[in-house]
Design a protein around this ligand. Structure first.
Ligand code: KPL
Length: 300
């Protein structure tokens, strides 16, 4: 199978490594095409360093027509990637998208209705030591499933993707996973960023009240927005998910803290900002998400 992995972000690199290790053909689409053909990346796992060389392309039309596209980007980068691919890749291409938060490039994705769109939700913690060197800092888990109704069959690419960075489960109700991950990021990312520490510090009792309030606000907004009472989106469920990820990624500096350190834009508008905006639409108060949205925005 032919894969095109977009960019060389920390998580993209880990998936690209895993896929290539399974014997899959992996090409990177990147603006930084140095020698024009290949790029050597390094991945650091708990059991050591690995280097692999990848074929690179700078233009989506150079990819094979049956490629599966794996796009793991910041929420605010997705629009530009969709614009770059729209009209350049086959209409019925399989496109797997992963970013933190909800709501990115929603309108652009509506204009590419023939793409077979899948959502990848992951709680792995990763960061980049340098542009070509990624560190796998927290072993999480992942789920992938269809973003559109008629795509219920498990695609052929699922097995190699699963073997590339386990554990990965197929989830035909991926939207609920996405909301769980949203709660995780609404709690961990701004709190760890404001405290300027790795995720593990959030086990401290001092953060308990804020984490509970965030989960209650997210659960209420989610249940109102999705239109039914969803037991799996209760505040208790979301809260226990947050603590599991804190434990699994205790040594990781969350992506928002990395963004702030790098002087980059954060994903706050797609996390706590998204909850506040929906809260406003439905007249649901979201004071803790609001405070964190403002405090992080003030840092940039
Ligand atoms: O998604 C993450 C992030 O940093 O954005 C977690 C899972 C919280 C790992 O740090």
């Amino acid at each position: 199978m032919q894969w095109v992995v977009v960019g060389t972000g920390a998580l993209s690199t880990l998936w690209a490594f895993g896929l290539q290790r399974q014997g899959e053909k992996v090409t990177l689409l990147t603006r930084h095409v140095e020698d024009g053909r290949h790029l050597e990346l390094t991945a650091e796992h708990t059991d050591g360093l690995q280097a692999q060389s990848f074929e690179v392309i700078g233009d989506p039309t150079q990819a094979g027509r049956n490629s599966v596209w794996l796009i793991i980007v910041k929420a605010w980068q997705l629009q530009a990637v969709v614009d770059l691919l729209a009209g350049q890749i086959p209409d019925n291409a399989h496109v797997i998208i992963s970013h933190n938060g909800i709501g990115a490039a929603q309108n652009a994705l509506l204009t590419t209705p023939d793409w077979h769109l899948y959502d990848l939700v992951t709680t792995h913690g990763a960061w980049r030591r340098s542009r070509l060197h990624s560190v796998h800092a927290g072993h999480g888990q992942s789920w992938v499933g269809p973003r559109q109704p008629g795509l219920s069959a498990v695609p052929e690419w699922f097995q190699p993707l699963r073997a590339a960075l386990p554990p990965l489960e197929w989830d035909s109700t991926i939207l609920y996973r996405r909301w769980h991950k949203l709660a995780v990021n609404c709690a961990i990312n701004p709190l760890a960023t404001l405290a300027n520490v790795p995720n593990g510090i959030l086990k401290n009792l001092h953060f308990q009240q804020d984490i509970r309030a965030i989960c209650e606000e997210v659960a209420l907004v989610a249940q109102t927005h999705l239109g039914k009472a969803l037991p799996e989106l209760s505040a208790d469920q979301l809260e226990s998910g947050v603590y599991q990820v804190i434990q699994a990624t205790a040594n990781n500096r969350c992506s928002m803290l990395q963004d702030i350190d790098a002087g980059q834009r954060t994903e706050i508008d797609y996390l706590n900002g998204y909850i506040c905006q929906l809260g406003q639409d439905y007249n649901i108060p979201t004071p803790v998400n609001q405070r964190l949205w403002q405090n992080i925005t003030a840092l940039t």
